[in-house]
Design a protein around this ligand. Structure first.
Ligand SMILES: NC(=O)c1ccc[n+]([C@@H]2O[C@H](COP(=O)([O-])OP(=O)(O)OC[C@H]3O[C@@H](n4cnc5c(N)ncnc54)[C@H](OP(=O)(O)O)[C@@H]3O)[C@@H](O)[C@H]2O)c1
Length: 334
C-alpha cells in the first residue's frame, strides 16, 4: 500500500502543478480584474446613461470602446484629430445601438494643442451638462532604438502621451471636483510598469502617466466618489504599430507586421469596461508573457529582468527582420 502512495503522490503533485500552470497561463488579466469580471459590478448596469468622453476614438481601442459603450447605452463624446473617422465611428455606433444622434457628440481634438482643451471641455459641458467618465486613451507608441532616435521624437511623445493627457485631465477634473463625482480612466500600458527595447520614449511617457495618476489618486482621497483608474494593456490588436513614432518625426514604420497574435481589441475593451464599472485603481489587461512579467516584477525584479532581457533580444530581432516586435502568447478569444 505504502509504495502505491509513494508512487502516486508525485504524479498527483505533478498533475496539480500542471493544471495550476495551465490555469495561470490561461489568464489575461490581473487577479483583482478577473475577480471583478466574475463577481463584480457589470458595465451593463453601471454605465448606461453615463456621459463618457473617449479620446483616441477614431481607431483601435478607442473605436471599440465607443462601440461597446454605445451598445450599453452610454452617452458618448468622441475625440481625436481626424473628424471624418470620428463621424464614421459615430455612424457605426448609431447603427448598433438605440442611441440618437444627439447622444453622441464628436469633438475633434489634438491632444498636443493644449490651448484647445478648455474650449473642448466647455463644448462637452454645454451639450451634456456633465462628464461622468473621461477615458484618456489617445496616444502613440514607438519603434526605434534610442541610439538612432532624434531627441525631438522624445519631446513629441511626452507632449502627446503625457502632457496632452494631464492637460485634458486638469480641465475635466475641475468639473468633476465641483460635482464631487466622476471617473478619470487612463490607458497606460504594461510598458508603464516594465521596460522594453525599441520603446524607450513610449515607456517613459507611460511611466510618467503611472506616476502622475498614482499621485493624483491620494490627492483626491477626500472625494470618495471620484476615482482614478489606470489600465495597463499588453499587446492588443489596433492601428498602434501603423502610427508609431520612429527615429525621426517625419518617418513612419515601413513594415508594421502582422498583429493577429495580439489580444483581440474587443477583449481588451471588455476588461477595460469591467475596470471602469468596478472603479479598479489599476488593471493589467494582458496575455502572457507580459502578464507573468508584471507579477514577477512586483516580487522579484531581478528575475523579471532576466526574462525581459531575453524577450528584448527577440523584440529587436523581430523588429529588424520586419516582423512585429511584440512577443505574445495568445489564446485567440474571439
Ligand atoms: N494596442 C496596444 O498594443 C496597446 C497596448 C498598451 C496600451 N495601448 C494604449 O492604448 C491607447 C490607444 O491605442 P491603440 O492601440 O488603439 O492605437 P491606435 O489604433 O493607433 O489609436 C490611437 C488613437 O489616438 C489618437 N491620437 C493620436 N495622436 C493624437 C493626437 N495628437 N491628439 C488626439 N488624438 C490622437 C488617434 O486618432 P487621430 O490619429 O485621429 O488623432 C487614434 O484614435 C494608446 O494610449 C496606447 O498607448 C495600446
Amino acid at each position: 500500500m505504502e509504495w502505491v502512495v509513494l508512487l502516486l503522490a508525485p504524479l498527483a503533485v505533478g498533475a496539480l502543478l500542471y493544471l495550476v500552470g495551465r490555469w495561470l497561463f490561461s489568464l489575461d488579466g490581473d487577479l483583482t480584474l478577473l475577480w471583478a469580471e466574475w463577481r463584480g459590478k457589470r458595465p451593463e448596469k453601471e454605465l448606461p446613461g453615463k456621459v463618457v468622453w473617449v479620446t483616441g476614438a477614431s481607431s483601435g481601442i478607442g473605436e471599440e470602446l465607443a462601440y461597446q459603450l454605445a451598445k450599453i447605452g452610454s452617452l458618448l463624446v468622441l475625440s481625436a484629430r481626424r473628424e471624418n473617422e470620428l463621424e464614421r465611428v459615430k455612424k457605426q455606433c448609431l447603427e448598433i445601438s438605440n442611441l440618437n444622434s444627439d447622444d453622441i457628440l464628436v469633438v475633434p481634438l489634438d491632444l498636443t494643442d493644449r490651448s484647445s482643451h478648455e474650449g473642448a471641455t466647455k463644448t462637452v459641458l454645454q451639450h451634456f451638462g456633465r462628464i461622468d467618465v473621461l477615458v484618456n486613451n489617445g496616444g502613440r507608441s514607438q519603434r526605434s532604438l534610442f541610439v538612432d532616435t532624434k531627441l525631438e521624437v522624445y519631446q513629441a511623445i511626452m507632449e502627446l502621451n503625457y502632457l496632452g493627457t494631464i492637460s485634458l485631465t486638469k480641465h475635466v477634473l475641475n468639473h468633476i471636483i465641483q460635482r464631487k463625482k466622476g471617473k478619470i480612466v487612463t490607458m497606460s500600458s504594461v510598458m508603464g510598469i516594465m521596460g522594453a527595447p525599441l520603446a524607450t520614449g513610449y515607456c517613459a511617457s507611460k511611466h510618467a502617466l503611472q506616476g502622475f495618476f498614482n499621485s493624483l489618486r491620494p490627492e483626491l482621497a477626500e472625494y470618495p466618489e471620484i476615482t482614478v483608474s489606470t489600465i495597463c494593456p499588453g499587446p492588443v490588436q489596433s492601428k498602434i504599430i501603423d502610427n508609431v513614432f520612429t527615429e525621426e518625426l517625419s518617418k513612419s514604420l515601413q513594415k508594421p507586421g502582422d498583429q493577429s497574435h495580439k489580444m483581440p481589441t474587443d477583449r481588451c475593451v471588455r476588461l477595460t469596461l469591467v475596470s471602469i464599472a468596478n472603479d479598479l485603481n489599476e488593471a493589467w489587461v494582458s496575455d502572457h508573457p507580459y502578464l507573468a512579467i508584471c507579477y514577477l516584477w512586483q516580487y522579484a525584479p531581478t528575475w523579471a529582468w532576466w526574462l525581459l532581457n531575453k524577450m528584448g533580444k527577440i523584440r529587436i530581432r523581430n523588429f529588424k527582420s520586419g516582423v512585429d516586435a511584440d512577443v505574445s502568447y495568445s489564446k485567440k478569444k474571439s
